[in-house]
Design a protein around this ligand. Structure first.
Ligand code: ZN
Length: 221
């Protein structure tokens, strides 16, 4: 058990480096968590610690009610939202939250990102949806994430007036969704700024999504 948690401390700590590498976060905002497989636990970043100082040893282990099990620091202030998602969606193994600039600009307008790009069809299977406005603390953010993403192809939700939450089969997949969400949001913003993006046929979106999710990449990835 402790070996699994030690490996996840390493994984979650190093994945935070992807948030800064892709320019998705400012100061100490943003967070990555991973479910501990087969246990009612998650690993998440501590609250308010500089990205330069994040290390496997200062990651926090919490139960799925957000109560600290291992760690000396307070967990991320978004821990309740992550924990709610793990409780409600057993297939989810990783959760990421950012205020990445372009995606959050769509969230500020409460506007879903329509699917005008093959890359968005591949990764998100259609629009990237808007979730409800919710104040931090308690289960409201988690409830909004789960209500929006349950039964939706998109692994990303733009929480209104707030930012991005993504889910994945593991933490790495959730980080990828956060990176791709910002990439798509930036291109969609620029396309909209200069004109009216062209629609895509639903059948083409479906075909791209199916191919990318089931055929693309290395087998056994
Ligand atoms: Zn936030």
């Amino acid at each position: 058990m402790s070996e699994v948690i030690a490996a996840l401390r390493q994984t979650v700590s190093s994945l935070h480096g992807e948030l800064t590498r892709y320019g998705l976060v400012a100061w100490t905002s943003g967070n990555v968590s991973a479910r501990v497989p087969g246990q009612e636990l998650l690993v998440i970043k501590p609250s308010g610690v500089s990205y330069d100082d994040l290390a496997p040893a200062n990651m926090i282990v919490c139960d799925l009610d957000g109560v600290v099990v291992e760690g000396d620091l307070s967990p991320s202030s978004d821990t309740a939202a992550h924990a709610y998602v793990y409780r409600a969606m057993p297939e989810v193994g990783g959760v990421v939250h950012t205020h990445s600039t372009y995606a959050t600009a769509w969230a500020a307008r409460g506007e879903a990102i329509p699917c005008h790009l093959t890359a968005q069809a591949d990764e998100f299977g259609g629009e990237i949806p808007i979730g409800p406005f919710a104040l931090i603390g308690g289960d409201d953010i988690g409830k909004g994430i789960v209500a929006t993403l349950s039964g939706h192809r998109s692994p990303a939700v733009l929480m209104r007036n707030h930012g991005v939450f993504t889910i994945g089969k593991d933490a790495r997949a959730a980080v990828k969704a956060a990176v791709m969400c910002e990439d798509v949001a930036r291109t969609a913003h620029l396309a909209r700024a200069l004109g009216q993006p062209l629609p895509m046929a639903q059948a083409d979106v479906d075909s791209l999504y199916d191919r990318y999710q089931n055929v693309y990449g290395q087998s056994g990835r």
